[in-house]
Design a protein around this ligand. Structure first.
Ligand SMILES: Cc1cc2nc3c(=O)[nH]c(=O)nc-3n(C[C@H](O)[C@H](O)[C@H](O)COP(=O)(O)O)c2cc1C
Length: 155
């Protein structure tokens, strides 16, 4: 299954750690939104989209990239993220990206999220929250997510 993962990670590289683990399991090509050739995505069977959560959404570069995509009817996609606060609910934080992808005809086949180091704004004054995350446990969960996805799509 030819897989691409498009990931934007700038705050602490948290989401990139998750992306690398998922990419290793799925033998996926990892790329950044700004270096993604939208017309070249047709050759992939599965595309992963991930970033940190900024103001309750994925990064705007990822959302904008999806906006520029042609119709992708039936193409399989998965969504992942890392977030600092609250419940890292996929339902809430993933809503905008999910809506964008579904609007282009993608079928969402899986979602993954975990807490991660966050030093945004006043949190910086206390050294941030979730320092050390994603940790080994989070990254093992990312491995399991990717293996489950591969098994699900195989059969
Ligand atoms: C500008 C900014 C806004 C953020 N907004 C949120 C938010 O709305 N909810 C949340 O849980 N975390 C928020 N965070 C924390 C990030 O989601 C978290 O640190 C994430 O792991 C960053 O991923 P990255 O290192 O891959 O960029 C924010 C961080 C920054 C820098």
């Amino acid at each position: 299954m030819k897989t691409a993962i498009i990931c934007y990670s700038y705050h602490h590289g948290n989401t990139e750690k998750v992306a690398r683990r998922i990419a290793a399991v799925l033998e996926a090509k990892l790329m950044k939104p700004e270096e993604t050739n939208v017309s070249g995505l047709a050759e992939y069977d599965l595309i992963g989209f991930g970033s940190g959560i900024y103001f309750s959404k994925h990064h705007k570069s990822l959302l904008k990239l999806v906006d520029t995509m042609p119709e992708m009817k039936g193409k399989k996609a998965f969504i992942f993220s890392t977030a600092g606060r609250g419940e890292p609910t996929m339902a809430g934080n993933h809503r905008a990206l999910r809506a964008g992808l579904e609007g282009k005809g993608f079928v969402i086949v899986g979602e993954f999220s975990c807490y991660a180091w966050d030093t945004f704004f006043l949190l910086r004054l206390i050294g941030g929250i979730n320092k050390g995350r994603p940790n080994d446990d989070d990254l093992t969960k990312a491995d399991v997510f990717a293996k489950d996805l591969a098994n699900k799509l195989k059969g």
